[in-house]
Each structure stands twice: as C-alpha cells, then as structure tokens.
Write a protein that binds this ligand. Sequence first.
Ligand SMILES: [Zn+2]
Length: 264
Amino acid sequence: MTRKFAELSGPQTLERLTADSVLVVPIGAVEHHGPHLPLITDALVAESVVSSLVPMAVEAGIDAWQMPTLTIGKSDEHHWASGTLWLDAKTLFDTLVDLGRSVATTPARKIVFVNGHGGNTALLGVTNRELRRRFGLTTFSMPAGRGRAGTGRDGEPDEQGLGIHGGWFETSMIMHLRPDLVDESLFAPNVPEQFAGLTQIGFNSMPVSFGWLSDDFGPSGIVGDPTGATAEAGKEIFEHSLEQGLVALKEIDTFTMPARPVLG
Ligand SMILES: [Zn+2]
C-alpha cells in the first residue's frame, strides 16, 4: 500500500490520515555545486533520504507519509552562478505557508521538513513557528544528510571543519547515489583560509553567523574539498543519515504539543 501522500485520492486522505500521521517533506535546492556535482545535489539527497526513511519509519510503527519533494529552495548565495534556480526568502516562505494551509485541511497535524540545503535552514525555523501559530500544526525540520567535514585522516581531505558545500561528504553521497552525475576529473579543493583560528565566527554551529555569498570565497562555487570522496564513504554517511533520521522520527512520533485552533 502506498506511503506517498500524492498517490492517495482526496477522499483517502480523510480515511487514512490522522492527527498522529507524520508528513515528511523533502526539501532541497537546484544550485551550482562546483563543476564536479550536478545542480540537483541537495534535492537528490533530501528525496533519497526520505524515500528510504519513510518505509523504515512505517516498519517501526510510525504512520509516516512521503510528501512531494520541494525541489527548488532558497539559494540566493549561489545567485551569481549559471544553473542555479532559486526562490527568494519571501517566495519560499509564502510557498511553505501555503503548503501548511493545505495540510491543515487534512486530518494530519504533524509535518517534518527533511532538508538537503543549508540555505533553507533558517527559513524553515521561521516557518515552523508560523505554521504552528496560524494552522495549529506541530512542525519540525531536520537535515537530510548527517555528514561532517573531512578530517585529514584515513584518506579524507582536511577540510578544517569547512566542508559545507560540494565538499567531501556531499560529493561522497552523490557518488553513492548517482555516480553517473559526478565528474572526478574536476575535483578541486576550495577551503577558505580566513577562518583559521577563529573560535566564534563561522558556518552552521558557530555562535557568530555572518552574511555570505558563495563567490565571496572565490570563483569555484564550493566550500570544502571533494578530493578523496568515495562512494563507500557516501554509503556510510547515507546509512548513518537514515539511522539518525529514524531516531529523530521516533521522537517526533511521540512528541506532543497542545491542540491549537486553525486561524488561517
Ligand atoms: Zn549541497
């Protein structure tokens, strides 16, 4: 029996979905990832993770449903590069609010965004609260890939914690998922030097964030080092991502919040 929301009929959504259903939305990006990776990288990772994760969650007793992939994201940091298709923050926010409004017409009340693109992260945090306030949904977002920067050991490049875009783990994942789309002859590192020794300013988990565009770090359009990426490492990271994703979905499944009205 299908676990894809869009393969149900309209009336079936009323019969099959309940307030305990967990709607899992892959969200990605179509953006420049350097010369060695396809534009679809982030959306591919998000959709691949969700396609494997939803059946695993169902097996574990969770009423999980795979939602249609939101392929195009907020990739304004790569706006300068040919091939990048992007929505600005307001457009994507409005799109996600419309999605939440639509979901609120079904019996489902839990939605989780599984995100393949770092540039969507902050906006998803804002969206989670908006969907909660306006439509009473219980909302979550989490990364699709649970990768990390290359360490410099065991054949990994030393990315100095900066492997965030087109670097070792992301390239490895695509070599695992779609090796036909990776050009190893074009692997070249681009690890920005201005972060050496900084303890506060940086990407993602660092306390001081800053506004950046990917061409602030040179013309290659990546931040990281794909050298040494392998399909084997990608498989390991992909499977780790599924394991961690399942742990997250189990917590999401049992996490409760008070019922709230739909304000619209
Ligand atoms: Zn990416």
